[in-house]
Design a protein around this ligand. Structure first.
Ligand code: DGJ
Length: 719
């Protein structure tokens, strides 16, 4: 890793392990010169930007830009736009200075990847200026010692005398040299998250975005741009991922000259930010990853970076507990005895954590009431929450609790006392969803109230884990405490407010393991992972549906961030009956747990669960810390397979799933990946030993599994 400045040629060369990223200044304009496979620094890098056809004047529309402006001849989508007090929207950024330093600065008030020592990264800050308005724009790039990733963000500073209005402030924009690409992203809906979409680019723009106030089930804030022949193991792949939990846009725009502008950042739709003289605005961070060895390698780069340098706190490297959650077992209908019975059954089976889900507070017997009133319901838990938690702890389990602190029910004391504490526009309807409204987290008083209410519970009750839920998106986005000229900042300020509250809570309660949830995976994004090491991947716990959801989510997010539970059959979301073994194998491919009434299991089922719990304890470090290789895609055929390999390539775990039975099926072999060709591996539990080379070239014999929805696992060990 290094960042070089070639003064004579006015070139910045950001060099990672196997990747280069190059910027060139031409007449002070920052032009994008290159992003791709690593180039030697002693190369002739000066001709990377093709200027030969340009006349006397720079034709910005024909040049690859580093941070494109609006209004001076480049007609593609700009990366930023600023309105001056005279109403004009033209600015022109030219080079002012730069700084290259060791380490990586954190972004005040925003989540970001981090370093533990300055030697882990190097940072380039490129300062640009619009002389006319006094706007300073600092483009920041951090490159890491052991990762083909660049963290990129932008800081706007108003050093002029007039107010400026930021109308657009993307985090990254890159002009790629051809249009021969396809775009891959995740799409979906509630209980159908993480579905992989792949489509060719064509002239015009292809974009994904959110306008919900959260990243959303529908899209995820990242996109991959890949070569036409790129697959899991071969070809070029470019990733852009936004460390942000609110409205975003990711766009690939093919221009008439067959170049592609890719960009990502805050969605400019319904966003603007007033920058008074002396004020600054920091964009969220985009993480750009390049791989010349296919999508699998790109995923592993993201996994490693996010697992080790985005997720924070004591739980980052700790084994995540096996839990049992009562939601699908009881929904709102429970009493203390039932909870204790489930916890006791869990303890007998080796489970480590009990999670009390929704319904323990206020008068919450259904989803129409009490959000905001974080007071225990003594009808359900007569001896209180602390007593219940202590009883669960005496059984040998940790105690976890569900909360939904960003919301308020109209039927709550909180709302009756503070009707102006929710997002709303005076005189307009307040749209309810799940009979709830969104608290206005742009307000300090609201955040302080929630901080105190939660702190009281987290202090009094011996809590080890919090499931932080968020079950609706923003409507009537307005705040009673913000002046009219700043109302289009409200959605963004709400996300900043959430981050501030989470920072305070996670700092005050570092021992608590937080799991984020938004009706499942409605806010599964890197921003939330900075505060909460894991996310509930989907409310869909059907084993077959989960193959797609978990496979898709793994394109970018590490397995250690994905909550995955065994639930009852017929499955509550789709009505499917799948074997307990298959449900276990799917859930064991993530952060393992159960979400059903364990007291209903017969002895035979309990034995299976006991064995699954023991198996997961045995494989847990490999699943949570190992490298993931995807072998067969559920989006392609009837079979799915993935595997985990330890860092030293000694331990291997393979999962294979078959959805529908195949009559008279051919004998199948599964080619493995990521092994050391020189090592010999024993299939644990058998006498069979194979070379790593053979397992990757020929494969592992698969048994002829009988029936629908079946699965098998293999453990291999270096001998
Ligand atoms: C939505 C979550 O995704 C579920 O797991 C559950 O916690 C419910 N909310 C509770 O209301």
């Amino acid at each position: 890793m290094s960042i070089y400045y070639h003064e004579e040629e006015q070139i910045f060369h950001i060099q990672a392990q196997e990747m280069s990223y190059i910027i060139k200044l031409v007449e002070g304009y920052p032009l994008h010169a290159y992003w791709g496979a690593k180039l030697r620094n002693d190369n002739n890098l000066s001709k990377l930007v093709n200027l030969h056809y340009l006349g006397d004047r720079l034709n910005l529309d024909r040049l690859s830009q580093e941070y494109p402006q609006y209004g001076s001849g480049d007609f593609r989508n700009p990366a930023y736009q600023v309105q001056l007090e005279d109403g004009s929207r033209i600015t022109e950024l030219v080079y002012r200075s730069h700084r290259i330093s060791a380490g990586k600065p954190s972004l005040p008030g925003l989540p970001s990847v981090y370093v533990e020592t300055p030697s882990e990264a190097e940072t380039l800050e490129l300062e640009l200026e619009d002389v006319y308005s006094g706007l300073i724009v600092v483009l920041r790039y951090s490159v890491f010692a052991n990762s083909d990733a660049i963290a990129r963000s932008v800081n706007f500073v108003n050093k002029g005398k007039q107010s400026l209005r930021l109308q657009r402030a993307l985090s990254a924009s890159v002009d790629l040299p051809t249009a021969d690409y396809e775009m891959i992203h995740l799409s979906g809906a509630w209980i159908r998250e993480g579905h992989v979409q792949r489509r060719p680019l064509a002239p015009g723009a292809t974009s994904i975005e959110s306008r919900r106030g959260a990243s959303g089930h529908q899209t995820n804030p990242f996109m991959l741009i890949v070569g036409l022949n790129t697959n899991e193991d071969h070809g070029e792949a470019y990733g852009l991922s936004l460390v942000f939990s609110g409205d975003f846009v990711a766009r690939a725009e093919v221009d008439p000259f067959q170049t592609t502008r890719v960009s990502i950042g805050i969605n400019p739709f319904d966003f603007s930010w007033l920058l008074a003289p002396g004020e600054s605005f920091q964009t969220p961070e985009a993480i750009m990853v390049y791989s010349s060895h296919g999508i699998g390698q790109l995923s592993r780069t993201y996994h490693h970076l996010y697992r080790t340098r985005l997720v924070r706190g004591v739980h980052r490297d700790r084994a995540r507990p096996i839990l049992v959650n009562n939601w699908e077992a009881t929904y709102f209908n429970f009493k203390a005895e039932k909870i204790e019975a489930i916890a006791l059954a869990g303890a007998e089976l080796g489970i480590e954590l009990f999670v009390l889900d929704d319904g323990w507070f206020g008068k919450r017997n259904d989803d129409t009431t009490s959000l905001g009133d974080w007071i225990v319901d003594h009808n359900k838990l007569p001896d209180g929450l602390t007593d219940l938690a202590n009883r669960v702890k005496r059984l040998g389990l940790q105690f976890g609790l569900w909360v939904e602190p960003e919301m308020v029910s109209p039927d709550s004391d909180l709302y009756r006392n503070h009707p102006d504490w929710c997002l709303h526009v005076e005189g307009r309807r307040r749209t309810e969803a799940r009979t709830q409204l969104v608290l206005d987290y742009s307000r300090q008083d609201v955040r302080d109230y929630i901080f105190e209410a939660l702190s009281t519970i987290f202090t009094e009750v011996p809590i080890s884990y919090i499931k932080w839920d968020m079950n609706r998106n923003m409507t009537e986005i307005g705040s009673a405490s913000i002046p009219p000229e700043r109302q289009s900042e409200v959605a963004y300020r709400n996300v900043l407010g959430l981050y501030e509250l989470l920072e305070r809570l996670t700092t005050k309660f570092p021992h608590i393991l937080f799991e984020s949830c938004s009706s499942g995976g409605g806010r599964f994004d890197p921003g939330m992972l900075y505060y909460m090491p894991q996310t509930w991947t989907s409310d869909n716990s059907d084993a077959v549906e989960r193959l797609k959801i978990q496979y898709g989510t793994s394109l970018i997010y590490p397995v250690s961030t994905m909550g995955a539970h065994v639930s009852a059959v017929p499955n509550h979301q789709v009505g499917r009956n799948t074997p307990l073994k298959t449900r276990g194998d799917v859930a064991m491919s993530g952060n393992f747990g159960y979400e059903l009434d364990l007291t209903q299991f017969n002895e035979e089922e309990k034995e299976i669960v006991k064995a699954q719990v023991a198996q997961y304890k045995d494989i847990r470090s490999l699943v949570q810390q190992g490298d993931l290789y995807r072998l067969l895609s559920p989006f392609v055929g009837n079979e799915t397979a993935w595997m985990f390999v330890s860092e030293d390539q000694s331990d291997v775990l393979v999962f294979y799933f078959k959805v529908l039975a195949e009559p008279n099926a051919p004998q199948k072999r599964l080619r493995l990946k990521g092994l050391c060709p020189q090592y010999n591996y024993q299939v644990v539990g058998t006498e069979e030993i194979f070379g790593g080379d053979r397992l990757m070239a020929v494969g592992l014999d698969l048994p002829n599994l009988h029936g629908d929805y079946v699965s098998t696992t293999f453990k291999l060990k270096k001998v």
